[in-house]
Design a protein around this ligand. Structure first.
Ligand code: NAP
Length: 318
């Protein structure tokens, strides 16, 4: 049973679509104020407005006082929008400054934005793009927001939730974290590698922040019918799978989880009272505890991912 989040502030990246938007919806319905981060200002603003309307409608249904069409005079906006491309170091810094101007604490940070690239490409900062979005951005945002997360200590502590994906139980190659040696853009390759590296970074962060009021946990949402999945280019699939892709696309809504199910693990880690002070855990698509992959438990791998994040972000998480 999820606890109401009244007076809590949640920041979620990739909150404008797919699993992120559904997670934001779930948390706004529980009473949180959700900061939705997306790349496009109009999309982010429209999402925040829709989530606010949805949360007030849900409140109305719960209290038996359906909304009149006007927002209740005492109802604050339940979601606001901020814009950033999380693959850009400058954008992340600008985002953190803006958040600090508007808020004195962040209770929950959900690093949800993620994705894959069929070909190796570098960001404007010179970082391999799959690593930048899936691993470096969660590290950097956690580091930049550390003062605001720490400020949540007096209000029950802060939670960082990172989203893994693909098949994240494979090996980690510490010498190929940015696909320098080989880059396989196929659906379950460099993306898997980055998501496993994200788990390694998250477990390391949990251990480093042990004893503070900040917990770090990882959610696996399961495969869901999201805009990101629907937009996957044919060349993102291994050759052998390509003939079946049109059929898979057609059957997507039947084969893949709906968004509410896919958001369950993130919502659980962000809000469950059972998880107060619980850190360094990994939950599966049913929000049940799962074992960390052996490659994540390997200290050498965790150190390699951590050191690279420190170097690329020029930030140290103590
Ligand atoms: N879908 C699945 O089956 C599945 C399975 C396992 C794990 N996951 C993981 O779950 C998370 C959400 O996946 P999803 O399928 O819901 O994603 P999605 O449909 O592709 O939506 C992506 C969201 O992330 C935002 N985003 C993408 N790149 C960004 C960037 N560089 N900077 C800022 N925002 C960015 C997009 O915002 P704008 O486009 O509005 O800017 C959008 O809101 C990801 O971490 C994904 O890896 C997904």
């Amino acid at each position: 049973m999820n606890a109401p989040l009244r007076s809590k502030t949640v920041l979620i990246t990739g909150g404008t679509a797919g699993i992120g938007r559904e997670t934001a919806r779930g948390l706004a319905r529980l009473g949180a104020h959700v900061i939705v981060v997306g790349r496009d200002p109009d999309r982010a603003r429209a999402t925040a407005a829709e989530l606010t309307r949805d949360a007030h409608r849900t409140d109305g249904a719960r209290t038996g006082h359906p909304p009149t069409g006007r927002r209740p005079h005492n109802a604050a906006a339940r979601a606001t929008a901020l814009t950033a491309d999380v693959s850009s170091s400058a954008d992340l810094r600008r985002l953190a400054e803006e958040v600090a101007r508007r808020h004195d604490r962040i209770d929950v940070l959900i690093n949800n934005a993620g994705g894959m690239n069929s070909h190796r490409r570098l960001t404007a900062d010179g970082v391999e793009a799959t690593f930048a979005v899936n691993v470096l951005a969660p590290y950097t945002l956690t580091g930049l927001l550390l003062p605001l997360l720490t400020a949540a200590a007096e209000h029950g502590g802060a939670r960082v939730v990172n989203l893994t994906g693909g098949m994240p139980d494979g090996p980690i190659d510490p010498d190929n974290l940015q696909g320098e040696k080989t880059y396989l853009g196929w659906t379950f390759s460099q993306y898997n590698h980055a998501k496993t590296a994200l788990m390694a970074m998250s477990l390391q962060a949990a251990r480093r922040l042990q004893g503070t009021a900040i917990t770090v946990n990882v959610a696996y949402p399961g495969h869901a019918h999201t805009p990101g999945n629907r937009a996957l280019a044919m060349r993102a699939f291994p050759y052998a799978y390509r003939p079946a892709v049109p059929l898979l696309r057609l059957l997507g809504p039947l084969l893949l989880a709906d968004l509410a199910k896919a958001a369950r693990s993130s919502v659980h880690l962000a809000s469950s009272p059972d998880l107060e002070n619980v850190t360094g855990t990994y939950v599966n698509a049913k929000a049940q505890y799962a074992h960390w992959p052996a490659s994540v438990l390997d200290q050498h791998n965790r150190d390699a991912v951590w050191t690279l994040c420190e170097r690329l972000s020029r930030l140290t998480i103590p």
